[in-house]
Design a protein around this ligand. Structure first.
Ligand SMILES: [Zn+2]
Length: 381
């Protein structure tokens, strides 16, 4: 894989810089060089983290990770962001110290040379990683590329600071360092934000709206209730909840689901899975058993029912001729309610037989307490 090779190359190049800086630092007895070598060692760590992140992210889903391992890449990106912020803080600390001490950096030819070589190597790495990162849609590799660019900036600032110091402007070095740190912090925060958004499953509102309007146009979809898009740049999981009208056959729903999947995949790139939840939308028509005087009885074999159609805002009372039926009482009452379009009946208790008769007609049971029909209506609202 190209992106794994890029992170390996980056780790090796930084390892080379580490050894070169630390060796030169020991030879010329320069703490600045040794410190810079330590920074390169942290860069090796960053490259290795991205390498591991990309490797883990490419693993297929397994039993314990049914959604895949994509977010390993976001975690790698998160650590790169943290490394960048820590380097910025270290530079600021150094700059403030030299401001307070009003110290002129000692001119060291080696340090200048190493800063220059380091800047060039890092610029090459930055270009390489950003290019491969964009090609393979690897956000952590792009973040690592930006990190290398940060290191170019800080090397150049060391270089320029030395030059100014050579002309006697002692304060130029720490000043440039602080300006550079602000740029570095901006970049680090941007990378962190990107990683945190992915870990937190933040939805891009524009993308969600695109999915919503694409799915809404599919024939048979009455409305889109929920759209969720999560994952990484490379691999996204889209969840869509749609409403359909009652009476659609299981086969038609199956076709509809596949159509939704195709439509989502053509609207959003890099979708690895589409989760569709289909809900049958029915206007709520509620039956409340009563005694004919507006008192709630809570039992199915009551002499009357108040029926409320919440959508049409219609309300009427029906008589129950089967209240005292000897046989098949549950069946007959369920049949009666179904004929009036009822799909929810409010009760205190219900027998097993009646329950299954209601269920087979698609009537839900809702348990409520109350003295009068009005009490129950208030609870439903
Ligand atoms: Zn670095």
């Amino acid at each position: 894989m190209k992106e794994i090779r890029a992170s390996k190359v980056s780790a090796l190049a930084n390892l080379f810089l580490t050894v070169a800086k630390v060796l030169a630092g020991i030879l010329v007895n320069s703490t600045a060089l040794i410190a810079d070598g330590v920074h390169s060692l942290i860069d090796v760590l960053g490259s290795i983290l991205v390498w591991i992140g990309i490797r883990v992210a490419s693993k297929p889903p397994d039993e314990l990770h049914p959604y895949g391992h994509f977010k390993a890449e976001s975690l790698a990106e998160l650590s790169v962001g943290i490394i960048i912020l820590i380097s910025a803080l270290a530079i600021i600390h150094e700059a403030i110290t030299s401001f307070l001490e009003m110290s002129t950096p000692e001119f060291e030819f080696y340090a200048l040379l190493v800063a220059l070589i380091s800047a060039m190597v890092n610029e090459l790495l930055a270009r390489y990683k950003i290019k491969v990162g964009i090609e393979t849609k690897s956000s952590s590799l792009v973040a690592e590329g930006k990190h290398s660019r940060v290191d170019v900036l800080s090397s150049i600032s060391v270089f320029v600071g030395y030059l100014f110091a050579g002309f006697g402007y002692w304060w130029a070095d720490p000043l440039i360092a602080i300006v550079v740190s602000v740029l570095i912090i901006q970049m680090g925060v941007e990378i962190l934000r990107n990683a945190v958004n992915s870990v937190m499953d933040r939805v891009d509102p524009e993308l969600a709206l695109k999915v919503k309007s694409a799915v809404e146009r599919i024939e048979g979809v009455e409305g889109v209730e929920f759209v969720g898009v999560r994952g990484t740049w490379k691999a996204k999981i889209v969840e869509v909840h749609v409403n359909i009208n009652p009476g659609m056959s299981a086969e038609t729903i199956d076709v509809l689901e596949r159509e939704i999947e195709e439509r989502v995949k053509s609207t959003v790139s890099n979708v690895v899975r589409v989760v569709t939840v289909v809900k049958v939308k029915r206007p709520m028509v509620v039956a409340i058993p009563e005694d004919g005087k507006g008192n709630y009885t809570g039992e199915l074999d009551s002499p009357y029912f108040t029926v409320i159609d919440f959508n049409a805002k219609r309300r009427f009372r029906i008589e129950n001729p089967h209240a005292k039926a000897e046989k098949r009482k549950g069946y007959l009452i369920a049949e009666l309610l179904s004929r009036h379009g009822v799909n929810v009946v409010v009760l205190r208790k219900v027998g097993v037989g009646a329950k299954s008769h209601l269920r087979s007609r698609g009537i839900l049971i809702r348990f409520e307490e109350g003295k009068t029909v009005e009490d129950v209506v208030k609870r439903l609202a």
